[in-house]
Design a protein. Structure first.
Length: 184
């Protein structure tokens, strides 16, 4: 703390020599402080303030129908989506407040296939964390899908009772630009 005071005194002396008074410096610091507070508030509201409601049982048992979920829009500005993250996805020309909540299975550059009810990533079987049953309908993933640089393959957790995920040709592979944020 003493070091900081000494440094401030030296800086203020230098500013006085340049003709800048401490009042101007204090006013500048005050304005910068408030701008920083406003910026942090906006980031918190934008990053942690979005909500969505689950309208069906597609994400059971992880999320239940009519459950209110928070969408963290900020997290993917500082990191990339990971396998098995649950995310809010805007698909096609949906309304601005309508999202699909899905779980990421395939990451960019990977090969994804559903064969004999099991999920294969780069020809290796992976265990799905939220559902141990075999997948009844492989959809478009019955053939090998090669994901591009910004593409993800996603499933709903209740995959045998819902097909609103990447297996459907209506949704298909999801571009990273359509991922609104991580859902908790």
């Amino acid at each position: 703390m003493k070091k900081l005071r000494r440094k401030w005194k030296r800086t203020s002396k230098k500013l006085k020599k340049l003709g800048v008074g401490t009042r101007a410096v204090n006013l500048g610091m005050f304005i910068i402080g408030w701008l920083l507070v406003i910026f942090i508030a906006i980031m918190c509201i934008r990053g942690f303030g979005m909500k969505t409601i689950i309208s069906d049982d597609s994400m059971m048992p992880t999320f239940h129908e009519d459950e209110i979920l928070r969408i963290n829009k900020f997290i993917y500005n500082i990191s990339s989506p990971n396998r098995f993250d649950t995310v809010a996805v805007r698909v096609g020309e949906t309304q601005s407040n309508v999202y699909y909540v899905l779980r990421i299975v395939g990451l960019p550059g990977e090969k994804v296939q559903i064969q004999d009810g099991r999920i294969f990533i780069d020809n290796k079987e992976i265990a799905y964390p939220a559902n141990e049953s075999l997948i009844d309908d492989a959809g478009i993933a019955k053939d090998i899908l090669l994901l591009g640089d910004d593409e993800y393959f996603m499933l709903c957790d209740n995959y045998n009772n819902s097909s609103y995920d990447s297996r459907s040709s209506n949704i298909g592979i999801v571009d990273e630009a359509h991922i609104e944020g991580r859902v908790k």
